[in-house]
Ligand binder design. Structure first.
Ligand code: HSE
Length: 441
Protein backbone atom coordinates (compact mmCIF):
# COMPACT_ATOMS: atom_id res chain seq x y z
CA UNK A 1 0.00 0.00 0.00
CA UNK A 2 1.36 3.43 -0.89
CA UNK A 3 1.17 5.64 2.19
CA UNK A 4 2.30 9.20 2.68
CA UNK A 5 4.30 10.16 5.74
CA UNK A 6 1.43 12.18 7.21
CA UNK A 7 -0.81 9.11 7.27
CA UNK A 8 1.43 7.58 9.88
CA UNK A 9 2.41 10.70 11.82
CA UNK A 10 0.58 11.18 15.09
CA UNK A 11 -2.26 13.66 15.20
CA UNK A 12 -2.10 16.03 18.17
CA UNK A 13 -5.51 17.11 19.30
CA UNK A 14 -6.77 19.68 21.82
CA UNK A 15 -10.30 20.05 23.13
CA UNK A 16 -12.18 23.05 24.50
CA UNK A 17 -14.88 21.99 26.96
CA UNK A 18 -15.09 18.80 28.98
CA UNK A 19 -18.75 18.71 29.99
CA UNK A 20 -21.29 16.14 28.83
CA UNK A 21 -20.11 15.82 25.23
CA UNK A 22 -16.39 16.37 25.95
CA UNK A 23 -16.36 13.61 28.56
CA UNK A 24 -18.05 11.34 26.03
CA UNK A 25 -15.30 12.11 23.50
CA UNK A 26 -12.62 11.16 26.04
CA UNK A 27 -14.51 7.98 26.83
CA UNK A 28 -14.69 6.90 23.18
CA UNK A 29 -11.03 7.76 22.51
CA UNK A 30 -10.02 5.72 25.56
CA UNK A 31 -12.28 2.80 24.75
CA UNK A 32 -10.64 1.38 21.63
CA UNK A 33 -7.69 3.57 20.64
CA UNK A 34 -6.15 0.96 18.39
CA UNK A 35 -9.25 0.40 16.29
CA UNK A 36 -9.87 4.13 15.98
CA UNK A 37 -6.25 4.77 14.96
CA UNK A 38 -6.47 2.07 12.32
CA UNK A 39 -9.57 3.70 10.91
CA UNK A 40 -7.90 7.10 11.00
CA UNK A 41 -4.64 5.84 9.54
CA UNK A 42 -2.68 7.34 12.42
CA UNK A 43 -2.64 7.68 16.14
CA UNK A 44 -4.84 10.43 17.55
CA UNK A 45 -3.56 11.91 20.79
CA UNK A 46 -5.69 14.19 22.93
CA UNK A 47 -2.95 16.37 24.41
CA UNK A 48 -4.69 19.34 25.99
CA UNK A 49 -8.16 20.17 27.29
CA UNK A 50 -9.30 23.69 28.11
CA UNK A 51 -11.93 23.82 30.87
CA UNK A 52 -13.52 26.54 32.99
CA UNK A 53 -12.64 24.84 36.28
CA UNK A 54 -9.62 22.55 36.32
CA UNK A 55 -10.23 21.54 39.97
CA UNK A 56 -13.63 19.98 39.23
CA UNK A 57 -13.93 16.22 39.66
CA UNK A 58 -14.57 14.49 36.31
CA UNK A 59 -15.92 11.04 35.71
CA UNK A 60 -13.44 10.20 32.94
CA UNK A 61 -9.72 9.47 33.40
CA UNK A 62 -7.59 12.33 32.09
CA UNK A 63 -4.08 11.01 32.78
CA UNK A 64 -1.50 12.23 30.31
CA UNK A 65 -3.75 15.10 29.19
CA UNK A 66 -2.81 18.65 30.11
CA UNK A 67 -5.91 20.17 31.72
CA UNK A 68 -5.83 23.96 31.69
CA UNK A 69 -8.09 26.99 31.98
CA UNK A 70 -5.88 28.94 29.57
CA UNK A 71 -7.17 28.81 25.99
CA UNK A 72 -3.99 30.55 24.78
CA UNK A 73 -2.00 27.40 25.52
CA UNK A 74 -3.69 25.75 22.57
CA UNK A 75 -3.02 28.68 20.29
CA UNK A 76 0.65 28.80 21.32
CA UNK A 77 1.21 25.05 20.94
CA UNK A 78 2.50 24.49 17.39
CA UNK A 79 2.03 20.75 17.71
CA UNK A 80 -1.75 20.95 18.07
CA UNK A 81 -3.20 20.47 14.59
CA UNK A 82 -6.89 20.21 15.33
CA UNK A 83 -9.13 21.57 18.08
CA UNK A 84 -12.35 19.85 19.16
CA UNK A 85 -14.65 22.68 20.26
CA UNK A 86 -17.43 21.31 22.45
CA UNK A 87 -18.13 24.34 24.65
CA UNK A 88 -21.51 25.93 23.98
CA UNK A 89 -22.83 29.44 23.23
CA UNK A 90 -21.46 31.99 20.80
CA UNK A 91 -19.20 34.01 23.07
CA UNK A 92 -16.28 33.29 23.28
CA UNK A 93 -16.87 30.35 20.90
CA UNK A 94 -16.80 32.55 17.80
CA UNK A 95 -13.55 34.33 18.71
CA UNK A 96 -11.96 31.10 19.95
CA UNK A 97 -12.72 29.20 16.75
CA UNK A 98 -11.66 32.15 14.66
CA UNK A 99 -8.34 32.31 16.54
CA UNK A 100 -7.78 28.59 16.04
CA UNK A 101 -8.27 29.02 12.28
CA UNK A 102 -5.87 31.97 12.23
CA UNK A 103 -3.33 29.98 14.20
CA UNK A 104 -3.37 27.30 11.48
CA UNK A 105 -5.49 24.81 13.41
CA UNK A 106 -8.49 22.97 12.02
CA UNK A 107 -11.68 22.78 14.06
CA UNK A 108 -14.24 20.08 14.88
CA UNK A 109 -17.27 21.43 16.66
CA UNK A 110 -20.61 20.38 18.12
CA UNK A 111 -21.61 24.00 18.72
CA UNK A 112 -24.67 24.68 16.52
CA UNK A 113 -25.26 28.14 17.95
CA UNK A 114 -21.93 29.46 16.74
CA UNK A 115 -22.39 27.84 13.33
CA UNK A 116 -25.88 29.22 13.00
CA UNK A 117 -24.82 32.77 13.90
CA UNK A 118 -21.30 32.89 12.49
CA UNK A 119 -21.01 29.88 10.18
CA UNK A 120 -20.64 32.01 7.04
CA UNK A 121 -17.85 34.12 8.54
CA UNK A 122 -16.04 31.10 9.97
CA UNK A 123 -16.34 29.10 6.74
CA UNK A 124 -15.04 32.03 4.72
CA UNK A 125 -12.12 32.46 7.09
CA UNK A 126 -11.37 28.73 7.00
CA UNK A 127 -11.52 28.81 3.20
CA UNK A 128 -9.09 31.73 3.00
CA UNK A 129 -6.71 30.10 5.47
CA UNK A 130 -6.90 26.68 3.84
CA UNK A 131 -8.37 25.22 7.02
CA UNK A 132 -11.19 22.74 7.65
CA UNK A 133 -14.24 22.90 9.92
CA UNK A 134 -16.13 19.67 10.74
CA UNK A 135 -19.51 19.83 12.45
CA UNK A 136 -21.41 16.54 12.20
CA UNK A 137 -22.24 16.69 15.91
CA UNK A 138 -23.87 20.11 15.65
CA UNK A 139 -27.07 18.75 14.10
CA UNK A 140 -29.10 15.74 15.30
CA UNK A 141 -26.49 14.28 17.68
CA UNK A 142 -25.45 10.81 16.57
CA UNK A 143 -27.38 10.84 13.27
CA UNK A 144 -24.99 11.37 10.34
CA UNK A 145 -27.16 13.97 8.61
CA UNK A 146 -24.37 16.42 7.78
CA UNK A 147 -22.42 13.75 5.95
CA UNK A 148 -25.62 12.63 4.23
CA UNK A 149 -26.25 16.13 2.85
CA UNK A 150 -22.63 17.06 2.10
CA UNK A 151 -21.42 13.69 0.81
CA UNK A 152 -23.89 10.89 0.20
CA UNK A 153 -26.64 12.96 -1.44
CA UNK A 154 -24.57 15.30 -3.59
CA UNK A 155 -26.02 13.81 -6.79
CA UNK A 156 -29.44 15.19 -5.81
CA UNK A 157 -31.33 18.40 -5.76
CA UNK A 158 -32.81 18.38 -2.30
CA UNK A 159 -36.54 19.09 -2.45
CA UNK A 160 -37.47 18.98 1.23
CA UNK A 161 -36.26 18.30 4.75
CA UNK A 162 -38.78 17.38 7.41
CA UNK A 163 -37.25 16.67 10.78
CA UNK A 164 -37.42 16.39 14.53
CA UNK A 165 -34.18 18.09 15.54
CA UNK A 166 -34.59 18.67 19.27
CA UNK A 167 -34.36 15.66 21.54
CA UNK A 168 -35.46 17.47 24.68
CA UNK A 169 -38.77 18.67 23.31
CA UNK A 170 -39.45 15.31 21.69
CA UNK A 171 -38.74 13.64 25.01
CA UNK A 172 -41.14 16.00 26.80
CA UNK A 173 -43.96 15.53 24.28
CA UNK A 174 -43.51 11.74 24.32
CA UNK A 175 -43.47 11.52 28.12
CA UNK A 176 -46.51 13.77 28.45
CA UNK A 177 -48.55 11.64 26.09
CA UNK A 178 -47.31 8.17 27.04
CA UNK A 179 -47.25 8.62 30.82
CA UNK A 180 -49.73 11.50 31.20
CA UNK A 181 -46.79 13.27 32.83
CA UNK A 182 -46.90 17.04 33.34
CA UNK A 183 -44.69 19.20 31.13
CA UNK A 184 -42.46 20.39 34.00
CA UNK A 185 -41.65 16.88 35.28
CA UNK A 186 -40.72 15.71 31.78
CA UNK A 187 -38.45 18.73 31.30
CA UNK A 188 -36.61 18.07 34.58
CA UNK A 189 -36.06 14.45 33.53
CA UNK A 190 -34.67 15.56 30.14
CA UNK A 191 -32.25 17.86 31.95
CA UNK A 192 -31.14 15.07 34.30
CA UNK A 193 -30.50 12.79 31.33
CA UNK A 194 -28.20 15.40 29.76
CA UNK A 195 -30.39 16.12 26.70
CA UNK A 196 -31.23 19.75 27.44
CA UNK A 197 -29.18 22.85 26.67
CA UNK A 198 -27.65 24.83 29.54
CA UNK A 199 -30.67 27.11 29.05
CA UNK A 200 -33.51 24.67 28.31
CA UNK A 201 -35.67 27.54 27.09
CA UNK A 202 -33.79 27.13 23.80
CA UNK A 203 -34.96 23.54 23.54
CA UNK A 204 -38.63 24.18 24.20
CA UNK A 205 -39.07 27.51 22.36
CA UNK A 206 -37.78 26.09 19.08
CA UNK A 207 -34.49 28.04 19.01
CA UNK A 208 -32.26 24.96 19.16
CA UNK A 209 -34.18 23.21 16.37
CA UNK A 210 -34.24 26.42 14.30
CA UNK A 211 -30.46 26.83 14.60
CA UNK A 212 -29.96 23.25 13.43
CA UNK A 213 -32.49 23.69 10.63
CA UNK A 214 -30.73 26.83 9.44
CA UNK A 215 -27.44 24.89 9.20
CA UNK A 216 -29.15 22.10 7.24
CA UNK A 217 -30.96 24.60 5.02
CA UNK A 218 -27.71 26.31 4.14
CA UNK A 219 -26.11 22.99 3.23
CA UNK A 220 -29.08 21.51 1.38
CA UNK A 221 -30.40 24.59 -0.41
CA UNK A 222 -27.39 26.94 -0.38
CA UNK A 223 -29.54 29.56 1.31
CA UNK A 224 -28.73 31.28 4.57
CA UNK A 225 -31.72 31.84 6.84
CA UNK A 226 -31.65 33.81 10.06
CA UNK A 227 -33.74 32.94 13.10
CA UNK A 228 -36.11 35.81 12.28
CA UNK A 229 -36.80 34.32 8.87
CA UNK A 230 -37.83 30.97 10.32
CA UNK A 231 -41.48 30.67 11.35
CA UNK A 232 -40.90 29.54 14.92
CA UNK A 233 -43.21 28.35 17.68
CA UNK A 234 -42.31 26.43 20.83
CA UNK A 235 -44.01 23.66 22.77
CA UNK A 236 -44.42 25.58 26.05
CA UNK A 237 -48.06 26.43 25.51
CA UNK A 238 -49.14 22.91 24.63
CA UNK A 239 -51.20 21.12 27.22
CA UNK A 240 -51.72 17.42 27.73
CA UNK A 241 -55.28 17.88 26.45
CA UNK A 242 -53.91 19.02 23.05
CA UNK A 243 -51.80 15.87 22.76
CA UNK A 244 -54.78 13.71 23.79
CA UNK A 245 -57.27 15.38 21.45
CA UNK A 246 -54.79 15.17 18.58
CA UNK A 247 -54.23 11.46 19.36
CA UNK A 248 -57.99 10.91 19.30
CA UNK A 249 -58.15 12.58 15.91
CA UNK A 250 -55.38 10.26 14.63
CA UNK A 251 -52.37 12.57 15.00
CA UNK A 252 -49.25 13.06 17.13
CA UNK A 253 -47.97 16.54 17.90
CA UNK A 254 -44.24 16.93 17.22
CA UNK A 255 -41.91 19.92 17.11
CA UNK A 256 -41.41 19.65 13.37
CA UNK A 257 -38.63 21.46 11.52
CA UNK A 258 -39.38 21.89 7.84
CA UNK A 259 -37.38 23.31 4.99
CA UNK A 260 -38.82 22.80 1.54
CA UNK A 261 -38.96 24.27 -1.92
CA UNK A 262 -42.46 25.18 -2.99
CA UNK A 263 -42.96 26.85 -6.36
CA UNK A 264 -39.36 28.08 -6.45
CA UNK A 265 -39.49 29.53 -2.94
CA UNK A 266 -38.08 28.20 0.27
CA UNK A 267 -40.42 27.58 3.24
CA UNK A 268 -38.63 27.26 6.57
CA UNK A 269 -40.44 26.63 9.85
CA UNK A 270 -40.14 25.06 13.29
CA UNK A 271 -43.56 24.50 14.86
CA UNK A 272 -45.46 21.96 16.94
CA UNK A 273 -47.29 20.19 14.15
CA UNK A 274 -50.01 17.56 13.92
CA UNK A 275 -48.68 14.58 11.99
CA UNK A 276 -50.72 11.47 11.16
CA UNK A 277 -49.95 8.86 13.84
CA UNK A 278 -48.88 6.19 11.37
CA UNK A 279 -46.11 8.28 9.82
CA UNK A 280 -42.50 7.49 10.89
CA UNK A 281 -41.95 11.09 12.01
CA UNK A 282 -44.96 10.81 14.33
CA UNK A 283 -43.67 7.52 15.70
CA UNK A 284 -40.26 8.94 16.61
CA UNK A 285 -40.41 9.04 20.40
CA UNK A 286 -38.24 9.79 23.41
CA UNK A 287 -35.20 11.97 22.79
CA UNK A 288 -34.79 10.54 19.28
CA UNK A 289 -34.49 12.74 16.24
CA UNK A 290 -35.52 11.93 12.68
CA UNK A 291 -34.58 13.64 9.46
CA UNK A 292 -36.58 12.86 6.32
CA UNK A 293 -34.85 14.17 3.23
CA UNK A 294 -36.37 14.09 -0.22
CA UNK A 295 -33.97 14.25 -3.13
CA UNK A 296 -34.93 14.38 -6.80
CA UNK A 297 -32.94 11.23 -7.57
CA UNK A 298 -32.84 9.24 -4.34
CA UNK A 299 -36.46 9.86 -3.35
CA UNK A 300 -37.37 9.94 0.32
CA UNK A 301 -34.73 8.95 2.88
CA UNK A 302 -35.20 8.77 6.61
CA UNK A 303 -32.43 8.88 9.18
CA UNK A 304 -33.41 8.44 12.79
CA UNK A 305 -31.80 7.76 16.14
CA UNK A 306 -30.41 9.47 19.19
CA UNK A 307 -30.39 13.21 18.54
CA UNK A 308 -29.08 14.26 21.92
CA UNK A 309 -27.11 12.91 24.83
CA UNK A 310 -23.51 12.30 25.69
CA UNK A 311 -22.40 9.27 23.73
CA UNK A 312 -24.38 9.77 20.49
CA UNK A 313 -23.08 13.34 20.17
CA UNK A 314 -19.56 12.25 21.10
CA UNK A 315 -19.84 9.52 18.46
CA UNK A 316 -20.35 12.20 15.80
CA UNK A 317 -17.42 14.26 17.13
CA UNK A 318 -15.03 11.31 17.06
CA UNK A 319 -16.25 10.29 13.60
CA UNK A 320 -15.32 13.81 12.45
CA UNK A 321 -11.92 13.40 14.08
CA UNK A 322 -11.32 10.14 12.23
CA UNK A 323 -12.48 11.73 8.97
CA UNK A 324 -10.14 14.61 9.63
CA UNK A 325 -7.18 12.39 10.50
CA UNK A 326 -7.65 10.32 7.37
CA UNK A 327 -7.78 13.41 5.14
CA UNK A 328 -11.41 12.96 4.02
CA UNK A 329 -12.77 15.91 5.98
CA UNK A 330 -10.61 18.45 4.12
CA UNK A 331 -11.96 17.27 0.75
CA UNK A 332 -15.58 17.40 1.94
CA UNK A 333 -15.10 20.87 3.37
CA UNK A 334 -13.56 22.16 0.13
CA UNK A 335 -16.52 20.87 -1.84
CA UNK A 336 -18.93 22.40 0.68
CA UNK A 337 -17.24 25.79 0.20
CA UNK A 338 -17.69 25.57 -3.56
CA UNK A 339 -21.41 24.78 -3.24
CA UNK A 340 -21.98 27.71 -0.90
CA UNK A 341 -21.38 30.16 -3.72
CA UNK A 342 -24.56 29.05 -5.58
CA UNK A 343 -27.37 31.69 -5.74
CA UNK A 344 -29.70 31.76 -2.71
CA UNK A 345 -33.39 30.85 -3.11
CA UNK A 346 -36.07 33.46 -2.31
CA UNK A 347 -37.99 32.81 0.90
CA UNK A 348 -41.74 32.24 0.89
CA UNK A 349 -43.41 35.17 2.71
CA UNK A 350 -44.73 33.71 5.98
CA UNK A 351 -48.25 35.05 5.39
CA UNK A 352 -48.44 32.91 2.24
CA UNK A 353 -47.59 29.60 3.95
CA UNK A 354 -50.48 27.31 3.09
CA UNK A 355 -51.45 24.55 5.53
CA UNK A 356 -54.35 23.00 7.38
CA UNK A 357 -54.66 24.03 11.03
CA UNK A 358 -55.70 22.70 14.43
CA UNK A 359 -57.36 25.41 16.53
CA UNK A 360 -58.15 24.93 20.21
CA UNK A 361 -60.20 27.50 22.10
CA UNK A 362 -61.35 27.62 25.71
CA UNK A 363 -64.72 29.35 25.63
CA UNK A 364 -67.70 30.21 27.81
CA UNK A 365 -70.24 27.45 27.27
CA UNK A 366 -73.18 29.59 26.13
CA UNK A 367 -75.30 30.33 23.05
CA UNK A 368 -73.78 31.73 19.87
CA UNK A 369 -70.13 31.23 20.86
CA UNK A 370 -69.49 28.60 18.20
CA UNK A 371 -71.42 30.68 15.65
CA UNK A 372 -69.28 33.76 16.44
CA UNK A 373 -66.04 31.85 15.91
CA UNK A 374 -67.35 30.22 12.73
CA UNK A 375 -68.42 33.65 11.50
CA UNK A 376 -64.92 35.11 11.96
CA UNK A 377 -63.33 32.13 10.20
CA UNK A 378 -65.87 32.38 7.39
CA UNK A 379 -65.28 36.10 6.85
CA UNK A 380 -61.55 35.33 6.52
CA UNK A 381 -62.45 32.65 3.97
CA UNK A 382 -61.22 29.85 6.22
CA UNK A 383 -63.17 26.65 5.70
CA UNK A 384 -63.86 24.38 8.67
CA UNK A 385 -63.11 20.69 8.23
CA UNK A 386 -64.27 19.40 11.62
CA UNK A 387 -65.53 20.70 14.97
CA UNK A 388 -65.25 18.92 18.27
CA UNK A 389 -66.59 19.86 21.66
CA UNK A 390 -67.03 17.42 24.54
CA UNK A 391 -70.26 17.48 26.50
CA UNK A 392 -70.20 19.77 29.54
CA UNK A 393 -72.41 19.55 32.69
CA UNK A 394 -75.87 21.00 32.28
CA UNK A 395 -76.34 22.37 35.77
CA UNK A 396 -73.47 24.87 35.88
CA UNK A 397 -73.83 28.63 35.35
CA UNK A 398 -73.04 29.22 31.67
CA UNK A 399 -70.64 32.03 32.54
CA UNK A 400 -68.70 29.71 34.84
CA UNK A 401 -68.63 26.70 32.57
CA UNK A 402 -65.68 26.57 30.19
CA UNK A 403 -65.81 24.36 27.14
CA UNK A 404 -62.92 23.19 24.97
CA UNK A 405 -63.59 23.71 21.31
CA UNK A 406 -61.33 22.13 18.70
CA UNK A 407 -61.66 23.15 15.07
CA UNK A 408 -59.70 21.59 12.21
CA UNK A 409 -59.58 23.80 9.15
CA UNK A 410 -59.11 23.08 5.49
CA UNK A 411 -55.99 24.45 3.85
CA UNK A 412 -55.59 28.19 4.27
CA UNK A 413 -52.84 30.79 4.35
CA UNK A 414 -51.06 31.68 7.55
CA UNK A 415 -51.86 35.35 6.93
CA UNK A 416 -55.62 34.67 6.93
CA UNK A 417 -55.33 32.38 9.92
CA UNK A 418 -53.43 34.90 12.04
CA UNK A 419 -55.86 37.69 11.16
CA UNK A 420 -58.81 35.50 12.15
CA UNK A 421 -57.09 34.38 15.33
CA UNK A 422 -56.50 38.00 16.40
CA UNK A 423 -60.18 38.76 15.84
CA UNK A 424 -61.34 35.66 17.71
CA UNK A 425 -59.08 36.52 20.68
CA UNK A 426 -61.18 39.67 21.18
CA UNK A 427 -64.51 37.83 21.44
CA UNK A 428 -65.96 38.23 24.97
CA UNK A 429 -66.62 34.50 25.22
CA UNK A 430 -62.92 33.60 25.11
CA UNK A 431 -61.43 32.12 28.28
CA UNK A 432 -57.64 31.75 28.39
CA UNK A 433 -55.16 31.27 25.60
CA UNK A 434 -56.04 29.57 22.35
CA UNK A 435 -53.70 27.29 20.45
CA UNK A 436 -53.13 27.22 16.71
CA UNK A 437 -50.98 24.49 15.17
CA UNK A 438 -50.32 23.50 11.55
CA UNK A 439 -51.19 20.04 10.30
CA UNK A 440 -48.63 18.26 8.10
CA UNK A 441 -50.02 16.57 5.03
N1 HSE B 1 -30.41 20.09 23.54
C1 HSE B 1 -30.31 19.41 22.31
C2 HSE B 1 -31.54 18.54 22.13
C3 HSE B 1 -29.12 18.50 22.21
O1 HSE B 1 -32.30 18.33 23.07
O2 HSE B 1 -31.73 18.06 21.02
C4 HSE B 1 -27.96 19.15 21.58
O3 HSE B 1 -28.24 19.67 20.35
Amino acid sequence: MNTSRSEFSNLNVAMVGCGTVGSGVVRILNSSPELLSRRAGREMRLRRIVVRDSARQRDVPLQGIDLTTDFEQIIRDPEIQVVIYVAGGTDPAFSHISRCLDAGKDVITANKAVLHHYGSELFEQAGKNGRTICFEAAVAGGIPVISAVTQALTANRILSIEAILNGTSNFILSKMLDLRQPYEAALVEAQQLGYAEADPAMDVDGTDAAQKLSILTQLAFGTRVTLDQIVRQGIQQLELMDLLVAADLGYRIKLLATSRISRGRLEVSVQPTLIRSDRPVAQTGGADNIVAIEGDACGLLRLSGAGAGQMPTASAVVADLIDYASGRAALTFQSLLRVRSLPALPLQPTDELSRRYYLRFMVADKPHVLADIADVLGRHEISISSVRQDETPDDVDENECVARLVIMTHRTSQGRLLAAQAEIAKLPSMRGLSICLPVAD
